[in-house]
Design a protein. Sequence first.
Length: 198
Amino acid sequence: MKNNIILASKSVSRVQMLRNSGLNFDIVPAHVDERAIERNNQLSKLDQKSRTAHLAAAKAFAVAQKHPDYFVIGADQTIMLGQTPLHKPRDGAHLREQLKMMRGKTHSLVSAAIIAKNNEILAETSQTVKLTMRNFTDDELEKVIKIAGDELLQCAGGYQLEGPSVQLFEKVDGDYFTVLGLPLLPLLKALRDVGALS
C-alpha cells in the first residue's frame, strides 16, 4: 500500500507516538524559523492556542508545498508561564533559569496538529494541559539535569515528562500525549475524518 502521510517533524516523541499507533508515514522535517514566524506575523498578539496552531500550519505548509497529494501533519507545542513564553533552552544556564522560573508554579502547554494537503488545511486539532511544578531544591534540579543530560535542551520548556524531569512535577491536568507533543487521539480522529486512514 502506498504511503500517503508525512509527518513534518523529526521529534522523536512525535514519531514514536505515531508509530506506536500503527501509522505508516514518512518523515520530512519542516525547516522553518519559528521565532522569525512569530515576529513576522505578530503572533504575540494571538492567544496561545492560535499561536501554536499558526506555527503548526507553517510547518505543514512548508512540507506540503513540496509533496502534493500527501496528507502532511505539522505540529507545534508552546509553553506559557503567565504571559511569558518559554522555548527550548539556548544552553545549560538558560535551562536552569527557565526551570527555576517554573518552580512552584503552574504553566500551560498547548500542542497543536494541522493536517494539510495541496496548500489547504483539512483539519486542526489542539489540546491544552496545565502542569504544576513542585517547589524543588536547587540540588534536586541539578540531579535531574545530570541524569537527563543535553536532551533537555531539545525540549520546549526544558523538560521531558517521560524522563527524569518528571520528578520536578507535582500535578498534571490534561492529556499525557499532548505533553509529549501531539494531541494524539483528536489527531487520529482527524486523520480518519479526512480519509488519510483506510
